[in-house]
Design a protein around this ligand. Sequence first.
Ligand code: ADP
Ligand code: MG
Length: 222
Amino acid sequence: MIHLENVSKIYRTGRGEVRALDAVDLQVESGELVVVRGPSGSGKTTLLLTIGGMLRPTTGRVRFDGADLYSLNERARTRFRAENIGFVFQMFHLLPYLNTIDNVLLAAGAQGRRAGKSEAQEILDRLGLSERGHHKPSQLSAGEKQRTAIARALLNQPKLILADEPTGNLDPENASEVIGDLVEFRHRGGTVIVVTHGTVADQYADRVIYLREGRCLAAGES
Ligand code: ADP
Ligand code: MG
């Protein structure tokens, strides 16, 4: 499903160059749940953004179901992303002035699609957040915020969810719930790539990959 060939990313800054990804070859099959680990600065976020079509690699190719992501023009890539990929971040990224349902519905706007509140409510029901639809983020626990962000990622029925330290700000119990949501998505046929330091996800993972200084090591190579 996802195929990275010799992907490198060099950031150029005033203080020189940073090689954030260094000749990464990676293949992820449809239906896999892959855990990504590595020390801070090892390139995990850069890897996810690159896979998600949000950051053009300096060299190499990213293919998604055969499509060469970065040979698409900006507009086509944005559309491809909205139709196929859901993102979940460490900091939730909910809009404070919208309630839970409207935060979930933001994803439809991103795709230029109309979606009904009932569609959003259905997803919230599935995640056990039925009662939270009309709450603002300030009225939600950290766990509920992150699960709202997951509901938003699910709205467009993506094939792939990319989650960047989604449990980084959560206590162990909420972290398990969030990982549980991702596992549920995988059971329904989805593919998940999740950066997480915790070990909750390991028991469900098909693979754990390690990044070190931009290089990708398979399990056992670390
Ligand atoms: P991780 O998510 O594993 O902490 P990142 O992918 O965020 O790692 O960063 C990898 C390396 O690239 C780090 O050295 C980081 O400082 C650098 N980096 C990340 N983003 C940028 C950027 N926009 N500009 C310059 N350097 C960056
Ligand atoms: Mg990061």
